[in-house]
Design a protein around this ligand. Structure first.
Ligand code: LLP
Length: 444
């Protein structure tokens, strides 16, 4: 299961978590720092809960992924999966580094364009693009539309013809391969709603080539997220390669293969594949095929580049161990509640003297009125007191974007660090903004 661990394996200590993350450090008297910025300074200035992203981490990870692809001799382009973290500052940073974007809604398309990512570097994915969204994508000049069904293809043809546009299309293949990740984020099995069965691709590709307004360019794939083994990547890439050969033999000049996202990260200390491993699998499969490769990574680029700062509101005794109640909740970071995900939790304050630093096991929870609002169960942490601050690690992907204002809690503030600098990139909304757009009918 996604992020699951053998129950007997001890959790990594805060010191181990920090040393495994090159942009985090812990020192006296400043405590936990992200790049050159003590996180306590951000928490003092902005309060908590607050997300903090590290520009340096994003740059380093983008460079590492690009370098691995180049070293494997691949002509590959990165289309960052905007859903992982759609803040304009993140998109601007990645766009300036040369990334394109993978978007799944008119909103994400708008964000990518607003951040300056050129339309031709944008891929539009998703199983439920509306007619209006397809039209918007065509009008914007989107570089590739990943079509997920015969029905969508027919609708896109009609819309493109009506607009006098030609839609650059890739067909998304459902290879019926188990990505070995959490069931809720597996997308490449036959029973999942995504993509077109491999067996139906040749006929549909031929149809795409006949349809007005459609320019078929190639194939796409995305089998799931937080994938921790290269095997499902290899298997699904070989399905793509087989289809490319078959279609070319039938006379269709495919030029592109979009291999999706999914590369997992070590949230705890689980073995995770490397960019070099992924690049090797790509090179093995596509070497000699002369296709332009596209990748849609989200989590791998962003997860370790962000953390969520929270404060301890109260320590409440429990039957087995205390509850450490934080001011961040599942409305801020839903991954533990939704996927039983494990996130490292590290105090901001420097460690106390060894005699006082005996780790105590606690349940780390939020203030929301649901028992799902639990970040960690039986987690050993140096003892915390009310007012102490912690960082929930690896929250840069699928963190704030999946947040809500449930329990009428304003969504977390956001900041970005870069070297010695930091900036507020989205303030905490004032309470009154929570209901400012609500209309009460005058007949009430
Ligand atoms: N491309 C497509 C078509 C996708 O659906 C996704 C993610 C990606 C790329 C990026 O995948 P990544 O590289 O980030 O694994 N909320 C979940 C993850 C959902 C992923 C959805 N699709 C979580 O917090 O674990």
């Amino acid at each position: 299961m996604h992020g699951s661990i053998p129950p007997a394996a001890p959790d990594p200590t805060p010191a181990e978590l920090i040393s495994a993350r090159p942009f985090l450090s812990q020192g006296t008297p400043d405590g936990l720092a992200f790049e050159g910025v003590p996180l306590a300074a951000i928490a003092d200035a902005l309060g908590t809960p607050t997300y903090v992203y590290s520009a340096g981490t994003i740059r380093a990870r983008f460079a590492a992924l690009t370098a691995a692809l180049t070293a494997a001799g691949l002509s590959a382009h990165i289309h960052y999966a905007v859903k992982a973290n759609d803040h304009l500052a993140v998109l601007r940073l990645l766009g300036r580094l040369g990334a394109g974007a993978d978007v799944v809604s008119a909103g994400e398309l708008g964000r990518a364009l607003a951040a300056g990512i050129p339309a031709e570097r944008i891929v539009f994915s998703g199983v439920g693009k509306t007619g209006a969204e397809l039209a918007r994508a065509l009008e914007a000049g989107t570089g590739q539309i990943n079509v997920e069904s015969a029905e969508e293809l027919a609708e896109l043809s009609a819309i493109a013809t009506g607009l006098g546009r030609i839609a650059p299309v890739a067909l998304r293949v459902n290879p019926d391969i188990d990505a070995g990740t959490h069931a809720k984020i597996t997308t490449g099995l036959a029973q999942n709603k995504f993509g077109i069965p491999a067996a139906e691709i040749p006929a549909l590709y031929a149809q795409a080539a006949r349809l007005p307004g459609i320019a078929p360019m190639g194939l796409a794939l995305h089998i799931g997220s937080q994938i921790l083994s290269l095997a499902p990547f290899r298997e699904s890439f070989s399905v793509l390669a087989r289809l490319v050969r078959e279609l070319r033999a039938s006379g269709f000049p495919l030029t592109r293969v979009d291999c999706g996202g999914g590369l997992g990260v070590a949230y705890r200390n689980e073995p995770a594949p490397t960019p070099e491993g992924l690049a090797g699998a790509l090179a093995e499969t596509f070497r000699g095929l002369d296709v332009a490769l596209l990748l849609e990574p989200g989590r791998w680029l962003l997860a370790p580049a962000g953390l969520l700062l929270a404060s301890v509101v109260r320590i409440k005794p429990g039957p087995e161990r205390p509850f450490v109640v934080l001011d961040a909740g599942m409305n801020d970071l839903i991954r533990p509640a939704l996927y039983e995900a494990w996130h490292g939790i590290v105090p901001l304050a420097p460690p106390l003297a060894p005699t006082n630093a005996e780790p105590a096991s606690a349940d780390i929870v939020g203030p929301i009125c649901e028992s799902a609002d639990t970040f960690a169960t039986a987690r050993a942490l140096p003892s915390l007191v009310p007012g102490a601050r912690v960082a929930l690690l690896d929250a840069g992907a699928y963190g704030r974007v999946m947040g809500s204002a449930y329990n009428a809690r304003p969504r977390a503030a956001e900041a970005m660090v870069d070297g010695e600098h930091w900036a507020l990139i989205r303030p905490r909304p004032p309470l009154a903004s929570l209901w400012a757009d609500e209309l009460v009918p005058d007949w009430l």
